[in-house]
Ligand binder design. Sequence first.
Ligand code: GLU
Length: 374
Amino acid sequence: MNRQELTDCKRIVVKVGTSTLTHNTDQLNLMRMESLTRELADLHNQGRDVLLVSSGAIGVGVGRFGLKEAPRTLPMKQALAAVGQGTLLHMYEKLFAEYGKIVAQVLLTKDDFQERLRYLNCRNTLLTLLSLGVIPIINENDTVVVDEIKFGDNDTLSALVAGSVNADLLIILSDIDGLYDDDPRRNPEAKRRSEVYEITEEMEKSSHSRGTKLASGGMYTKLLAARMVMTAGIPMVVADGADKDILRRIIAGEQVGTLFVPRENKMHARERWIAFSSFPQGSIQVDTGARDAIYKRGKSLLPGGVVGVDGDFERGEVVAIIDPDGHEFARGITNYSAGEIRLIAGQKTSQIEQILGGKDYDEVIHRNNLTLCD
Ligand code: GLU
């Protein structure tokens, strides 16, 4: 893919971070918000679907109370988010209304993506909003999250949103204009990478520093988001939210920011959910033959290739598939429960009926319900 192809993007998810939306006084950066909403409204006027993933709830809450320090406890963060989210939405509502746009507030938690029914519901709601010409403004539902159901960073959330609505492009606006080959704050020779085709371990390692005091991301979570959308077949651009006309320039195919080039084929909706949103309820260990059949030849998982089962899952749940080296290389929706698989592990398909007293499926996991991890 080349930059010019971005011009044809029909459905765009834009994520904007706290540091882009606020001054270092923790008060809203109104000029920035104004230009951002104007650009988004203009993309919408061009007939594109626009979804905005906006951070800033906690940061704006801190600003409302004039707190000198970032909140430390979870209840305090949640209380500040409850105040700040309202203020943030109020401002978006007002700014978008100037361009005749209707916005909707959508607050999500990890659970909303992991449980398939909730996920489908949430996707349908977002798609319905888009069909109504609404611009959804999405944030993590900070007020109710506890650690287990927390994304913790909106980069991940924006990648999941992009996957769920099958977006054509994800743009992450940050306080840095892309991914560098070294830390530009320490090395003035560091160069911005214009295109990235693969996220390497070295990139991940060198990106471990955190974001600013109220943003949880930093470059590391952007790389995780990039990995997800690239695998799903969706391009992503990281660019500086402070740069003038940045969205228009990205969509015009200008060499701004870093473009993360996706794999050629887009994943199907169900594959995307299995790979990124679901949370495996257990795991199945397979032998080398089964690993190769799945990984290299796109086959289903049969009982003969199963050597072990971990966890206590039911039929229809998502499980991780583990190779003989202990690596998760695929995920899938299982046709049999953990207890049933323990009984038929290593056996021929023709024996399933005799062992379980009935047979609904030949495969433990059908290839249509299987996704390779990368
Ligand atoms: N949900 C948090 C907020 O709105 C921000 C998370 C992040 O920084 O990515 O304040």
